[in-house]
Design a protein around this ligand. Structure first.
Ligand code: SF4
Length: 267
């Protein structure tokens, strides 16, 4: 078994014979006031209303994980203008966990809303697999980025080809690559504005919102996953570890972006 795969086995199963399983990440408790949270929610509603008022074809790229479910909920329970003006889509990479795919059904039954799915180009995937094997992305950062390029970036480009603005659930606290994340920035590559309405939210605020509004979430969060991407590139996180430590955990912190948010990386 490779180092990468054995690491997954140790953390996820937590059951090496004779050893106690490691304590895994759990969602943090919110210790602020309800009033402060309600104020944050009002500001979020205003941010979304502002985006819907300025743009006709705004798109929200949802990973279906915790932060993105806050935004999904705020959009789908928002004003008519917000619901109609900001469409939610996801990138169905073909390597997602069953628990992540199940969120699509949960959203459908909870909100009566069908999240649009964008899939990778089948020929590009086949060529990559022939050349590099099923899990070639473990072998180098270049091969990992090539896989993300095929399964995420190209479908994202397609999803945004007619958009006049787009939105993500990124937060500043999540990673060193996101420490200076603004609410609004220009996506130079696509020539459209990009919004991060949760940029100043804490992890505890995200979880307080999800509980307060009974938002449907990915079952993996209850199994030690704070951040969720493709199955082979995401593992559970130990208590006290960085919340994105389970994403491409074999790489350095500075390279951990998949190409969707390339501008976060300072060159
Ligand atoms: S996260 Fe992993 S499996 Fe998913 S697209 Fe990137 S390299 Fe490929």
């Amino acid at each position: 078994m490779s180092t990468v795969l054995s690491e997954i086995a140790v953390v996820e199963a937590g059951a090496v014979s004779g050893l106690r399983p490691p304590a895994l990440w759990v969602a943090p408790e919110y210790t602020g006031s309800i009033e402060a949270l309600a104020q944050k929610e009002r500001e979020l509603g205003e941010r979304l209303a502002g985006i819907a008022a300025r743009f006709f074809r705004a798109r929200f790229a949802s990973s279906l994980a915790a932060e993105d479910m806050v935004l999904t909920d705020a959009i789908l329970r928002g004003t008519e203008a917000v619901r109609a003006g900001i469409r939610v889509f996801t990138l169905q990479t073909g390597r997602l966990h069953a628990e992540t795919l199940a969120v699509l059904d949960k959203v459908q039954s909870h909100y009566g809303y069908s999240i649009e799915q964008f899939t990778p180009d089948a020929e590009a995937v086949e060529n990559y697999l022939k050349k590099n094997g099923l899990n070639g992305f473990y072998d180098s950062i270049d091969l990992r980025k090539e896989c993300c390029g095929i399964r995420k970036v190209e479908p994202l480009n397609r999803a945004l080809s007619h958009a006049d603005a787009w939105m993500t659930g990124q937060r500043r606290e999540q990673a060193v690559t996101r420490a200076e994340l603004p609410f609004e920035e220009m996506d130079e590559a696509r020539g459209i504005p990009k919004f991060n309405p949760l940029a100043d939210w804490s992890e505890a605020e995200v979880w307080a919102y999800l509980k307060r509004h009974n938002v449907p979430i990915n079952d993996l969060h209850a199994k030690g996953y704070p951040s969720i991407g493709c199955e082979p590139c995401t593992r559970a996180v130990r208590a006290g570890e960085d919340v994105r430590a389970g994403r491409w955990w074999w790489e350095s912190k500075d390279s951990k972006e998949c190409g969707l948010h390339e501008q976060n990386i300072k060159h």
